[in-house]
Structure formats: structure tokens, C-alpha cells
Design a protein around this ligand. Structure first.
Ligand code: RAM
Length: 362
């Protein structure tokens, strides 16, 4: 059994076991103050929650990066749609620089002073926002992380775009096939503190280290472009210069992959040095069509924003508290269970290639 199978089996069990235990526990008397909130997903599905979604709330989104990042504009568009449909006010604040952690803290403190009902944040750093977020929660504000998480105790729930294992393995495998399972590769990431990217890098390294098919693939470096187009573009050039035998780049960031594709498409390396990672179809379409990129992946960020908004509305209305085993049914009829540490998984990622890219518009 290879590493992928082992980890997949463990994550599947991690979901099944708590739900089974909770279902069994439902019959016994429960003195937990949270017991008014349904923990059995099937009950939630059948017509709970106990309270309706409140109207007239303010739900504030704090993306990792505001302005110019298509991924976060799409997520906010989804969030706004849900919040407004439910009769509340959508608000968005944030910094243009994905490394400006102090800026994110400042915005969270402002929202706390304003007394919003929920903060929905893609965290630039797992630790640095914790003081501000805990203060917000002490004031009764519900906190949801989406896209990039903090430490679990600094928020009520995390809306994760995809199971990291199911996401990174196909990326590595696609690249391995493109370079015939041998040669030097590099990772072009976002910022050094980005929880989501760091987690994906950890999984990619594990895949490379433990799967015997990848023995002849060598990861030479991880570079950090900070989700800044110019910096990521320049770094792509430096990588190609520093590692003249480089066969491929994986960029698990929508800004990084786009900048690397821009660079490669105008260079003699176009089509020769392979590129994959996470990007938006609208940002990558021209590079797939001109042969710079064969395939890349992503989930639908609009759906991520919708689910994050729905989670915030459910928390702020008292329907869920973020406890493992609770469930929520969204207005479009999807059901999601809260897993360990209040993690809700949106679903799987999609691979985009020349064959399907025109079907997507985000
Ligand atoms: C960038 C950000 C974001 C990530 C996407 C794929 O926009 O770094 O956090 O999830 O890429």
C-alpha cells in the first residue's frame, strides 16, 4: 500500500469514527450546554436547526488579500450572494498585501469594535491573528476561517476548500507524468507563513519522499512569491537561471501560477519546463490555450465563499457552535458535517485542461 492510500484511509476513518461515536452518544442524556444544537447530521438534515437564520446581521469577510486576486474576488462574490439573500449585510475589508499580518489584525480589531455578528477570515498566518480573533469571540462575535486556517482555538469553524491529501497527490502525479518521472522540480509558493500553502507543501514533500515512483524526482527548492505577481514573475526567472536543469514548477497559489505562466509563455522554456498548481480558469485560460500549461487544479472559490458565509450565518444564529459532529444544510440543499476541530470540507478539486477549461467562468 503506498503512502497515498495509507493517508487516505486514515482521513476517511477520521471522519467516520467521530460521527459513529456521536450517533451512539445521542441516545444518552447530555448535560452539555451545547446539547440544544443537533449533533446528529441526519437530524439536522430533516428540518433542524432549532432557530431560523437571523436577519439583519452583519457578516464581514477579511480575505488574505484584497484587490486584484481573482480567487478572493470570486469567494467574496459568493459570500455576498448568500449573506444578502438571507437578509443581512455583507462587508469586506482587508489588505492588498498577503504578508501584511499586522494589517489583518488591525481590520479584525476594527470589526470587533464595530460589533459585527461574524468575521470570516482567510488567515495570513496561523498564530498572529489569534489574539485579535479570541478577543472578537470573547465579545460574542462568531469567527469562521476559510481557505487558510488559524490554530483551531482561535476560531469557531474552518471551511476548508479541499482535503489536502486528495488535492496534492494529483498535482504531484500530473507533474511526474509530464516529466516522465525524473528530473529537478521547484515549488513556487505564496508567503512563508501561509497555513494552507505550507500544509500542501508538507503533503507534496511526503508524496515525493514516500512514493517509490518518484525516486528520480528531486525537489531542489521552495521559493516564496508572497502572492505578488511581480515578485513571483521575477522568482520564476531566478529559478530557471539558478537551476538550469529544472524540469518543472508546482505553484500552489493562484497568483504564483499565473505569474510563472506569464514568464514561461514569453520564454524559450515555454512547453519545455512544465508548470502546474492551483489557479483560476479565467486567470490561466490563455496559458492553457497557448501550450504553456497542460493542467492545473482548483475548487470553485465562489462556492467556498458561499459555504463560509453560510457557516457564519449558522454560527451567528445559534444553529451550530462549531462542535465536531454537528451538521449544516445549505440553502441549495447540500449537507455538510463538521469534522474534527470544526473543519468543514467543501469537496474535491477539479483538474482544468484544454478539454474543459471553457466550461468554467471564475
Ligand atoms: C491564492 C491564495 C489562496 C489560495 C489560492 C489557491 O489566491 O494564496 O490562499 O488558496 O491561491
Amino acid at each position: 500500500m503506498n503512502n497515498f492510500m495509507t493517508r487516505r484511509t486514515v482521513s476517511a476513518l477520521a471522519v467516520i469514527i467521530p460521527l459513529t461515536l456521536l450517533t451512539a452518544a445521542c441516545g444518552s442524556e447530555n448535560k452539555d450546554p451545547e446539547s440544544a444544537v443537533p449533533t446528529n447530521p441526519t437530524t439536522a438534515k430533516r428540518g433542524y436547526p432549532l432557530d431560523p437564520i437571523k436577519k439583519g446581521m452583519t457578516i464581514a469577510f477579511v480575505p488574505k488579500q484584497l484587490g486584484g486576486n481573482l480567487y478572493f474576488s470570486a469567494a467574496s462574490q459568493g459570500g455576498r450572494e448568500v449573506v444578502e439573500k438571507l437578509g443581512s449585510t455583507f462587508k469586506e475589508v482587508g489588505t492588498p498585501d498577503s504578508t501584511d499580518t499586522a494589517g489583518q489584525v488591525k481590520y479584525i480589531n476594527q470589526l470587533t469594535d464595530e460589533g459585527v455578528d461574524a468575521i470570516v477570515v482567510s488567515a495570513q498566518d496561523p498564530d498572529a491573528l489569534c489574539g485579535a480573533l479570541k478577543h472578537a469571540m470573547d465579545k460574542g462575535i462568531r469567527v469562521v476561517t476559510y481557505d487558510a486556517d488559524t490554530r483551531p482555538e482561535c476560531r469557531n469553524a474552518f471551511v476548508s476548500p479541499a482535503d489536502p491529501d486528495k488535492l496534492t497527490f494529483p498535482l504531484v502525479q500530473s507533474l511526474a507524468e509530464q516529466i516522465d518521472y525524473k528530473g529537478e522540480i521547484a515549488i513556487l509558493s505564496a508567503s512563508k507563513s501561509a497555513t494552507n500553502q505550507n500544509n500542501w507543501i508538507k503533503y507534496m514533500k511526503e508524496d515525493l519522499d514516500t512514493d517509490s515512483r518518484y525516486t528520480d524526482i528531486k525537489l531542489v527548492t521552495v521559493a516564496y512569491g508572497d502572492d505578488n505577481t511581480d515578485k513571483s514573475y521575477r522568482l520564476t526567472g531566478s529559478l530557471l537561471k539558478t537551476y538550469p536543469n529544472l524540469k518543472a514548477i508546482i505553484a500552489p497559489t493562484s497568483v504564483g501560477i499565473n505569474a510563472a505562466a506569464q514568464y514561461l509563455s514569453q520564454s524559450p522554456f515555454k512547453g519545455k519546463v512544465k508548470l502546474t498548481g492551483l489557479g483560476t480558469p479565467n486567470g490561466m485560460r490563455e496559458y492553457v490555450k497557448d501550450g504553456t500549461v497542460e493542467s492545473f487544479r482548483l475548487w470553485d472559490p465562489t462556492e467556498l465563499g458561499k459555504l463560509a458565509a453560510w457557516t457564519a450565518e449558522s454560527l451567528a444564529s445559534g444553529q451550530i457552535t462549531g462542535r465536531e459532529g454537528q451538521g449544516l444544510s445549505t440553502m441549495d440543499g447540500h449537507f455538510y458535517a463538521l469534522g474534527i476541530n470544526g473543519v468543514i470540507n467543501l469537496g474535491d478539486s477539479t483538474a482544468f485542461t484544454i478539454k474543459n477549461i471553457d466550461k468554467y467562468n471564475f
